[in-house]
Design a protein around this ligand. Structure first.
Ligand code: FAD
Ligand code: N01
Length: 543
């Protein structure tokens, strides 16, 4: 790793870069590489001590991706693709972090990254047309452009349970996990939450702990990951077909080539054929099952068929009818909350030292010095794990005081929910871009595909501006209004806004309820963005 003094030298060479990038995850790293290749000088600020973003922070046991490793990876460098060997179907956190560290080394990225530095404010100076960016290290820098690569799931959320700070045992949030190993051997552990994180974490914690209490408020749809090591011949086959795989991924709604392409709605098929397709998807493993039919998210009866199939499978896996009655999800259509991938979750729940507390029947009312107090009972524990999620999509952007010197602030602009043109830019905030911002497919897709698309679009836009002598770009209000209406209308054609999910901000008290990502799919969205660029960036104003 580069030393602090070397970093300072890098920054000193370049006191006011062309572009400030905030965040050094998949998005920030690729931005830095792309923009540098185009001759822009850049400075990246990263709150963490190293690169990796999500994969730097989420070190909890069991953390891994749920898109197959070969596809959950950069496509921009064929050499990188050929050099890197993924060891498992779904890579675990340490491997993804090693990959991103390797990328940072390979493309010599660290010299332009300031680690352990959080951006606190960004102010657009109207007269000069520059952003003044300030950090928690009292640094102030001017840049023509700012790109927020701050992540959709990077601001952790602790529940507002009274007494949280009173607990005298060890407490952890999955998204801010310690760097040193945590040993739960012989301990009584409470896990709060049963989302994607908890479902990965609980089997691993249960391997060590003497007792595990799972506090479930909402039962979730979980599909088997069927993770396994990859064989050499599989890796070779993938490497030989990488270009084809990447192209195929970009043409799908979710940005994933290995998902089967749905050709029929549930209603178009006889019951035995539906069952055959669902069973095949179940056996294959992964979240592709949700993509088996064209109408799972748009037709309630179709959703019911898929949901009932998964419920039946969960009942079979759990065995015990009393436990099944608690963990079979009944309160939302399948796919309207992020479907979880599991490796032995339900089987773990049936073990003697693991118990599930249904927090709907028995709400958690307080954390005490020694455990968890529900309405009916006190549960003494030695350690608490909050797998309670994130202030998603807008949290990291609104944590920064983004404003113009004329007094317009993003927090005010988004007080009723985020508005944006393409999820890339916000009217009123010139020369500011957001990667995978609200209003883009982002979290409904393979994020690496969406990140690469945004990064390339932004980089080409800046090069295009430079070639024409423009120094200011801003989304126009009418274009933004039209896009926001389209995003809302598209969501309203689906069942997605129905669930109380983080997609709508429902997990954060007081957060405006708006369905934030764009449901139109990455293929159609990419076409739209490309067409806009080709038309000379229609919907944007230049100076
Ligand atoms: P991040 O990786 O979140 O990086 C953003 C960085 O910005 C962070 O390091 C943060 O510290 C930094 N930052 C934020 N604000 C500031 C500030 N003010 N100043 C300085 N630095 C700041 N997606 C998938 O497509 N497939 C998966 O399988 C998948 N698995 C996931 C598993 C977990 C446990 C989680 C939490 C998310 C997962 N995701 C997955 C989503 C994941 O977030 C994205 O795939 C991707 O890693 C996001 O990269 P990013 O660079 O956009 O953001
Ligand atoms: O967070 P979540 P997450 N009392 O918000 C519960 C990605 N990811 O970290 O549903 C009791 O989904 C809450 O209950 P409810 C992926 O995109 C991917 O698990 O609000 N419970 C819920 O059960 C994912 O969607 C992977 O009723 C409380 C849980 O906490 C996103 O990150 C792995 C509570 C939070 O679930 C977020 O996942 C991990 C309270 N007061 C993450 N407050 C992959 O597999 C909250 N909860 C790729």
């Amino acid at each position: 790793m580069m030393t602090a003094s070397a970093q300072t030298q890098g920054a000193a060479r370049n006191p006011n870069p062309d572009v400030v990038i905030v965040g050094a995850g998949f998005a920030g790293l690729y931005l830095l590489h792309q923009l540098r290749e185009l001759g822009f000088s850049c400075r990246v600020y990263e709150a963490g001590a190293d690169v990796g973003g999500t994969w730097y922070w989420n070190r909890y046991p069991g953390a891994r991706c749920d898109i197959e490793s070969a596809e959950y990876s950069y496509s921009f460098s064929p050499e990188l693709e050929q050099q890197w060997d993924w060891t498992e179907r779904y890579a675990a956190q340490p491997e993804i972090l090693s990959y991103l560290r390797h990328v940072a080394e390979r493309f010599d990225l660290r010299r332009d990254i300031r680690f352990d530095t959080r951006v606190t404010t960004a102010t657009f100076e109207t007269v000069t047309g520059h952003w003044r960016v300030e950090t928690d290290g009292n640094e102030s820098v001017h840049a023509r452009w700012v790109v927020m690569a701050t992540g959709c799931l990077s601001v952790t959320r602790l529940p507002d349970i009274p007494g949280r700070d009173r607990f005298t045992g060890a407490a952890y949030h999955s998204g801010n996990w310690p760097h040193e190993p945590v040993d739960f051997s012989g301990r009584r552990v409470a896990v709060i939450g049963t989302g994607s994180t908890a479902i990965q974490l609980i089997p691993e914690v249960a391997r060590q702990a003497a007792e595990v209490l799972v506090f479930q408020r909402t039962a979730n749809f979980c599909l088997p990951a069927r993770n396994r090591p990859l064989f050499d011949d599989e890796r070779r086959a993938t490497k030989a077909r990488y270009r084809e795989i990447r192209e195929a991924a970009r043409r799908t709604p979710a940005g994933v080539a290995y998902f089967p392409v749905a050709r029929h709605g549930v209603a178009d098929l006889p019951a035995d054929e539906r069952e055959r397709l669902l069973e095949a998807a179940w056996q294959r493993g992964g979240t592709g099952l949700g993509r088996t039919f064209t109408d799972t998210l748009t037709r309630r009866e179709s959703n019911q068929v898929v949901a009932d199939f998964v419920r039946r499978k969960i009942r079979e896996r759990v065995g015990d009818p009393a436990l099944a009655a608690k963990v079979v999800p009944l309160d939302h259509p399948i796919g309207t909350k992020r479907v979880c991938l599991d490796s032995g979750y339900f089987e773990t729940l049936t073990q003697g030292h693991v118990a599930l507390v249904d927090a709907r029947d028995e709400p958690v009312v307080a954390i005490t010095q020694t455990g968890v107090q529900t309405r009916g009972q006190h549960y003494p524990v030695d350690a608490l794990v909050f797998a309670t999620g994130f202030d998603a999509m807008t949290g990291a952007l609104l944590a920064i005081d983004i404003r113009t010197d004329e007094g317009v602030s993003l927090r005010d602009r988004w007080s009723a929910g985020p508005v944006s043109y393409l999820g890339l830019a916000v009217a009123g905030f010139p020369n500011l871009f957001t990667v995978t911002g609200p209003g883009s497919p982002s979290v409904l897709s393979n994020m690496v595909v969406s990140i690469e698309q945004h990064v390339e679009w932004i980089a080409h836009c800046l090069a295009w501006m430079r070639a024409r002598g423009f120094d200011r770009i801003e989304a126009s209000e009418p274009a933004q209004t039209e896009w926001v209406s389209h995003v809302n209308a598209a969501a309203d054609l689906t069942l997605l806004p129905e669930a109380r999910s983080w997609y709508t901000g429902a997990n954060v008290p007081g957060k405006p309820r708006v369905f934030m990502p764009y449901v139109g799919g990455v293929a159609a969205y990419r076409e739209k963005c490309d067409a806009i660029a080709k038309e000379g960036y229609s919907g944007f104003l230049f100076r």
